[in-house]
Ligand binder design. Structure first.
Ligand code: SF4
Length: 324
């Protein structure tokens, strides 16, 4: 088995929220509540869950854009949890991010050439200007753009082309890990497949490792080696892609899978759907016991009293459910 590039152990991130009233104690948003996973070198781990489940905060903690409340993060053989800013500077180069909305993350007043050349210059990767421009052309080619795109500005590109620039900007730092935070959610379905294929090709060529965050199980299916499902700050299931899609163990994963449309109209019409009742509870006041129990169609008395630990039910297949 390949060595882990990233190891996250018991990660907790709580945010204090002021009540705004003098003398009132601040409330605590339990965004992540004890999350553990690892990603092997060259692997893609899909991290899936509804909005507000803590997946983006998990990505931000991995990137050290948020400091964890507790827990440890090891990256490339070093514990980065308590590193200071200068130590982190070096590590951050090796960990890059691709955002959901490339438009808002690209400076509208800078040409594509400048957007890609700036971080290369700031980090002193290619000091010579002519060589830097050559590197920009190389990056554009790697993401399927043409040399003439270098002279354009973000508003002159399509959504898919802008996301390719976002990917090129991440590649410019020669990273080992890329956190892909909903990188195709803002794109048309036809473009989504192109971007996923591009990320897969880059991974094969450059040996990249991805943490791929999405709210939709259908998006991560093609790109992930393993998938972790998050609900209200917890990982509730973690397994190889095939095992998770074909033999899910957690009722929440069942529900997410039953919401994914099947292209065959006959199969789609005949299958049973699991519709969850209610909304995701607030992380300000999470339910007792299993956090999924108020919405779980098979909950028993024990579920509201006891927290189900994430257990390895089959080899490599983990689930947090008393009945799994
Ligand atoms: Fe449902 Fe209980 Fe399993 Fe939670 S522990 S998923 S409430 S059956």
């Amino acid at each position: 088995m390949t060595e882990a590039l990233l190891e996250v152990t018991d990660l907790v991130k709580h945010f204090s929220v002021s009540s705004g009233l003098r003398g009132r104690a601040a409330s605590v948003v339990r965004a992540i509540d004890g999350v553990s996973f690892s990603i092997r070198r060259g692997e893609t781990l899909g991290l899936v869950g509804e909005s507000g489940c803590g997946k983006t905060t998990t990505g931000r903690c991995v990137l050290q854009l948020e400091r964890a409340t507790s827990g440890r993060i090891r990256f490339d053989g070093s514990d980065i949890t308590d590193m200071n800013q200068s130590e982190l500077r070096q590590v951050r180069r090796s960990m890059q991010v691709i955002f959901q909305d490339p438009y808002s993350s690209l400076n509208p007043r800078m040409s594509i050439c400048d957007i890609l050349a700036e971080p290369i210059k700031v980090h002193g990767l290619v000091p010579d200007k002519a060589k830097r421009e050559e590197r920009v052309r190389e990056l554009l080619a790697q993401v399927g753009l043409l040399p003439q795109h270098a002279r354009r500005f973000p508003h002159q590109l399509s959504g898919g082309q802008r996301q390719r620039v976002g990917i090129a900007r991440a590649l410019a730092m020669e990273p080992k890990l890329i956190v892909c935070d909903e990188p195709v959610s803002a794109l048309d379905v036809s473009i989504q497949a192109q971007i996923i294929n591009l990320l897969e090709n880059l991974q094969a060529r450059l040996g990249l490792t991805y943490l791929f965050i999405a709210h939709d199980l259908s998006v991560v299916r093609h790109i992930s080696d393993r998938v972790a499902v998050m609900y209200l700050g917890h990982i509730v299931e973690l397994a190889d892609r095939q095992a998770l899609y074909e033999e899910p163990l957690h009722p929440y994963t069942h529900a997410l899978l039953s919401a994914v449309p099947i292209p065959d109209p006959k199969l789609e019409a005949s299958r049973e759907r699991m519709v969850l009742r209610g909304e995701v509870p607030s992380p300000l006041n999470p339910p007792s016991g299993c956090v999924f129990h108020p919405r779980c169609p098979i909950a028993v008395d024990r579920c509201s009293a006891e927290i189900p630990p994430l257990r390895e039910i089959r080899s490599g297949h983990w689930a947090a459910c008393h009945l799994a």
